[in-house]
Design a protein around this ligand. Structure first.
Ligand code: AMP
Length: 282
């Protein structure tokens, strides 16, 4: 597996792949890789000749009081995992390589889709995401890019700017990988103590209950949100940031689940903010 750390190196690599007529898949990550990331790599592997992963803790998507400094960094272990799923190249730049002195251009997706859910809680987050993903797509010359349903709002935002800016890439969304006990896999799970990890099971449990109620005929959005809130409320270590359902992928408000609907939650367990969701298919 090639390790690329400079803009020039990834550009040269992408150009040589293209010259050979190869298709390129991009899988952006912030590292501390787990099975969730690897499901994205496998999906990319199936679809394209070349898979380029990126491992970059992107400073522009973190707020001033968020966990940028504490975010787990374990590049060597990440490389072993990427090799195990036959990734061709990993792009691992320093922040100054991506944002050198004088850098001042950002991709800002305006409007409703970035102002709700995680966008309401994390001002500037999607501006940072949209900026880095635009740069990574340009650099890798990707035909296909892969993202997880775990960050379903992010996928809506990325699809929006890809369409608006006429970027020639196809965006793929891969289902959430979970531990056997239901917990959505996340690099931030490593912050949790054993007690908190047990408490965190309430996220997937609450969504499962809402999904079961939906299967049994409950289609009222507030009723489904309340089922989730009630279950979360039983766990003393859980503090709700939001529990909200929106039409998916548009993220438009709705009262009844009469189209595909994202039921999304953000919950703090101790100091760790976790997100999870289900998509209810109408
Ligand atoms: P991150 O490293 O957390 O920025 O995530 C990189 C990519 O992996 C994003 O597209 C995430 O949505 C995706 N991802 C993270 N966790 C999971 C998971 N449990 N299942 C599927 N995709 C995931």
């Amino acid at each position: 597996m090639k390790i690329l750390t400079t803009i020039e190196a990834i550009q040269n690599y992408a150009t040589s792949c293209k010259t050979q007529g190869k298709t390129i898949a991009l899988v952006p990550t912030m590292g501390a890789l787990h099975e969730g990331h690897l499901t994205l790599m496998r999906a990319a592997r199936k679809k394209c000749d070349i898979v380029i992963a990126s491992v970059f803790v992107n400073p522009t998507q973190f707020g001033p009081n968020e966990d940028y400094d504490a975010y787990p960094r374990q590049f060597e272990a990440d490389c072993e995992k990427l090799e195990s799923v036959a990734v061709d190249a990993v792009f691992h730049p320093e922040p100054t390589e991506m944002y050198p002195e004088g850098y001042c251009t950002y991709v800002n997706v305006e409007g409703d889709i970035t102002h709700k859910l995680c966008g309401a809680q994390r001002p500037g987050h999607f501006r940072g995401v949209a900026t880095v993903v635009t740069k990574l797509i340009n650099l890798s010359r990707a035909d296909e890019a892969f993202f997880g349903q775990k960050d379903a709002q992010q996928v809506t935002v990325i699809r929006r700017f890809v369409e608006d800016l006429n970027i020639n890439v196809h965006i793929n969304m891969v289902p959430i990988a979970r531990e056997e006990n239901g917990l959505a896999r996340s690099s931030r799970n490593s912050y949790l103590s054993t007690e908190e990890k047990n408490a965190a099971l309430v996220l997937s449990r609450s969504l499962k209950q809402a999904k079961a109620a939906f299967s049994q005929g409950e289609t009222e959005v507030t009723a489904l949100e309340n089922i989730v809130r009630q279950e979360l409320g039983k766990e003393p270590l859980a503090h709700i940031d939001y529990v909200k359902a929106y039409a998916y992928p548009s993220l438009k408000p709705l009262k009844q689940v009469n189209e595909d609907t994202l039921l999304a939650i953000a919950v703090k367990i101790g100091k760790t903010r976790l997100i999870d969701n289900v998509i209810l298919s109408a």
